[in-house]
Design a protein around this ligand. Structure first.
Ligand code: GAL
Length: 837
């Protein structure tokens, strides 16, 4: 099933890329080609590297996407600090040579970057095309005027991530997202040039509004026809419309059209049905451009009393926040790695993702469209006020309009995107902050809506920060009036400058559960969402007892919290002081209809921000799933609440000291009661009540077995047994997929477990496992989910952590069988075969 989905996504992407090329109608049609392969890289600065004649023969060959930081060693001295993951930064250069073939003469070439972290500067044949500071934005440059036809052209990219910290989490370094070469004719659909919205869905069907921006980069005016064809998921045409357009030379024009769809299939989180809009530009009977836009037909609203309503049905947003790193693969985009994260979340019952706190990779949103997630798409983590020394605040004044514009245009056709967030916990929110003042020059730059000096002088009355909020929200609305604007705020007071602006359509709180009951009174008529919740802390496989004692860390930032274990308890009894337990928030959200839902901080652990610890901790404890992708116990709490799957999860393990008190927890659903047995002896029958989503037994440990039995209507509906594990004896390998696509990108995530002679997981094993690969696979990364491991992510060995580690295998571009062998001192080897085809 996994593989099928990957293929569908890849096919979808390919169709979008190559449909132009497939069109038999014209040689002028667009081609969008991957520009990822065959780059040279050097991790050093050299001002001469922009020049075409620069000798780069000693540079390293690689294919993009690439993240040089993930290849490095952890060090306390790395400038990112532990907040940024303690991995290296620096300045790197990339160069690629390509031939602009004579047969393409007359076409327009653009180079498109989905994201470069950060401060990129792009050159062609020595000429600078531009700089782009923001590391999460997609951008492109016109290459046409600089191309040498029939000859070699050199693209050089300087990436500067030397000045750190510039992020509160791991950013990655380099050209970490895909790069494309786009070829078009003179008249074509402009970049992100379609805009499809659902005007209405009723008994007559759905009415869609289309706006197509055409551009004419040629020297002559063009009379064209825009043909917009809507196709269903099988590729069958369901509606079409044609309009004439005159596109003046070197200008662009917008064409508005309407489409009526009878009996539309609606997009929702369970059935994310996708149509595609094929926009064809016809000139003189020929198709000169063909552009595909995914379309999901759905209606939605955020309501102050009913919460989020999708296609007329109140639907709780059961979401998680995610940062962009892919664990041991770092920030380097890989569609399968992203898909795996989303699949695990979907299996848990999650139906929403907050792309925190920055625009995601385009493929991430493609996956969310296809898999059915309600996305809160977020622009920034800061505005003018900095959170770290060298962050985006340095560029905000100059760049925020451009970045926000490009972000909205790029993402506004994704059916999965339901709201825009203009910021996360921006420091401009604080009501008790000194009134901000702006110089006229700065005011003109950032506010730019005709405020006179007099108005700005009345700072106390008209808060600059409210004006800025309104400016940003209005800016977004002008580009997409169909979605609400929100922001993640951690000042719940209505005097918060963002709230005061009245520009936010949805009130969004990060944390502050105690203030949530007051929301309807404080913000009458306003919809509400928990933009971020919990910040609970857990280390997979570590349990601190007694489990009814809360560990709320860090106590104070000026008093670093150190515990010899550098671990956080996996009972739901540990969280940051501004947060709460997972269970508390599930109950709160469930019991209050006016809460549209929540985005839990976070779905997966991410690199950086190892609250509550500092060095040597270097990745986060917040995830429901650890950095390697192994679920923590609380995963099953969510699954029991959010999904229809039957859940019976008992924890912790059963390897303790004889006679010790052990708290055994159980998450379950679809049963009336559960009974625990220690070596066959009943420890009592328990059942959840409306204020508890788990049950617990305190039992005396004795080696052997602990078992839970679930019953419904008196009948046994499930059983789970955990046995005391003996000494580590063997390695067990479990690939998530045994068959890969031979595309050079596909991945198999292999779980490595240390087990005893009977196959029980050894819950504390930390054996060092070596990996040998034969055949057409290579090791893309290794991990074990430990937040304090100093082992490299790029290696052929890894210690197990609490019994498990992970090796990620990547297809090397050819079909055939390959073998992974895992070897550890004193243990029986394990071998697994993986086929690429
Ligand atoms: C929030 C913040 C997140 C993350 C989290 C950790 O306040 O928005 O980015 O830092 O705290 O608890």
């Amino acid at each position: 099933m996994n593989r099928k989905l990957t293929q569908t996504v890849i096919m979808g992407v390919c169709c979008m890329l190559f449909l132009g090329a497939c069109s038999s109608l014209s040689s002028e049609s667009r081609e969008r080609l991957s520009f990822n392969d065959g780059w040279l890289f050097s991790l050093a600065d050299d001002s001469l590297a922009a020049r075409p004649e620069f000798v780069d023969s000693g540079w390293r060959k690689l294919n993009l996407p690439h993240d040089w930081a993930i290849e490095g060693d952890f060090s306390q001295d790395n400038p990112s600090g532990t907040g940024g993951g303690a991995l290296p930064g620096g300045v790197g250069w990339y160069r690629k040579t390509f031939v602009a073939e004579n047969k393409d003469k007359g076409k327009h070439f653009r180079i498109e970057f989905d994201g470069v972290y950060m401060n990129s500067e792009v050159f062609i044949n020595g000429t600078c095309l531009g700089k782009r500071p923001y590391g999460y934005i997609s951008f492109s440059y016109d290459l046409t005027p600089y191309l040498k036809w029939g000859e070699k052209n050199v693209i050089a990219v300087r990436v500067d991530n030397a000045e750190q910290p510039n992020s509160r989490w791991y950013s990655g370094c380099g050209i970490y997202r895909n790069v494309w070469l786009l070829k078009t004719g003179d008249v074509c659909v402009a970049e992100w040039g379609t805009y499809v919205t659902t005007a209405k869905v009723d008994g007559q069907g759905a009415s869609l509004n289309l706006v197509t921006t055409l551009e004419n980069t040629g020297k002559e005016n063009a009379d064209v026809t825009v043909r917009s064809v809507l196709k269903d998921a099988e590729g069958k045409e369901v509606a079409q419309v044609e309009s004439p357009a005159n596109v003046v030379a070197e200008k662009s024009v917008k064409i508005a059209q309407k489409l009526q769809v009878t009996s539309p299939q609606l997009w929702d989180v369970e059935h994310p049905y996708l149509y595609s809009l094929v926009t064809e530009v016809m000139e003189g009977g020929q198709c000169v451009d063909r552009y595909i836009t995914p379309v999901g037909i759905r209606t939605f609203s955020f309501d102050a009393t009913k919460g989020f309503v999708l296609n007329g049905k109140p639907t709780k947003i059961n979401g998680v926040c995610m940062h962009h790193d892919l664990g041991c693969l770092g920030a380097a985009v890989n569609v399968r790695a992203m898909e795996r994260q989303l699949q695990m979340l979907k299996e848990m019952g999650c139906n929403g993702i907050r792309c925190s706190h920055n625009p995601p990779a385009p493929e991430w949103l493609d996956l969310c469209d296809r898999m059915g997630f309600i996305v809160m798409d977020e622009a920034f983590d800061m505005w003018r006020k900095k959170k770290t020394a060298y962050d985006y605040s340095l560029y905000f004044n100059e760049w925020h309009e451009r970045d926000l514009h490009d972000f909205i245009l790029r993402d506004r056709n994704h059916p999965s995107v339901f709201m825009w967030s203009i910021g996360n916990e921006v420091l401009e929110q604080w009501s008790d902050a000194q009134a901000d003042t702006l110089s006229l020059e700065e005011a003109n730059l950032i506010l730019n809506f005709g405020h006179s000096a007099d108005m700005l002088a009345k700072e106390g009355e008209v808060s600059v920060n409210s004006l800025l909020t309104k400016k940003l929200a209005d800016f977004v609305k002008a580009l997409d009036p169909t979605r609400p604007v929100t922001a993640g705020c951690n000042e719940p007071n209505p005097a918060n400058h963002l709230f005061r602006s009245e520009a936010l359509d949805i009130i969004g709180y990060n944390y502050h559960n105690v203030n949530i009951p007051d929301v309807p009174r404080n913000f009458p008529g306003k919809p509400f969402i928990i933009t971020e919740s919990n910040s609970a802390l857990m280390t997979r496989g570590y349990y601190r007892m007694p489990s009814d004692e809360m560990f709320i860390w860090p106590e104070r930032w000026d008093k670093p919290f150190y515990d010899a274990t550098f671990a956080c308890s996996s009972y739901d009894n540990c969280h940051a002081p501004w947060g709460n337990t997972h269970e508390e928030n599930l109950l709160l959200t469930k019991k209050n209809d006016f809460i549209s839902g929540q985005y839990v901080w976070t779905g997966f652990d991410y690199i950086g921000e190892p609250t509550p610890y500092g060095w040597p901790a270097r990745s986060s404890y917040f995830g429901i799933i650890d950095l390697a992708g192994f679920p923590k116990d609380v995963y099953y709490l969510y699954q029991s609440e959010w999904s229809n799957k039957q859940v019976l999860h008992l924890f912790p393990h059963w390897n303790w000291t004889a006679g010790q008190d052990v708290d055994m927890w159980c998450y379950y659903n679809q049963a009336d009661e559960v009974e625990l047995f220690v070596n066959g002896k009943s420890q009592g029958v328990k059942a959840k009540d409306e204020n508890h989503l788990h049950v617990v037994w305190r039992v005396k440990y004795e080696p052997g077995s602990v078992k839970v039995v679930a019953r419904k209507d008196g009948k046994v509906v499930g059983e789970k047994e955990i046995r005391t594990a003996g000494e580590p004896k063997k390695i067990r390998l479990t690939p998530d997929r045994n068959t890969l696509n031979a595309d050079g990108k596909d991945l198999s995530f292999v779980t490595v477990e240390i087990v005893d002679a009977e196959g029980n997981l050894c819950p504390l094993a930390d054996n060092l496992v070596h990996f040998e690969v034969e055949g057409n696979l290579f090791i893309a990364g290794v991990d074990n989910g430990s937040q304090t491991s100093m082992e490299r992510f790029k290696d052929n060995k890894r210690k197990a952590f609490n019994g498990k580690c992970l090796v990620v295998l990547q297809n090397a571009g050819k079909a055939g069988a390959a073998r992974l062998k895992a070897v550890a001192e004193g243990l029986e080897d394990a071998v697994v075969e993986i086929v690429s085809e």
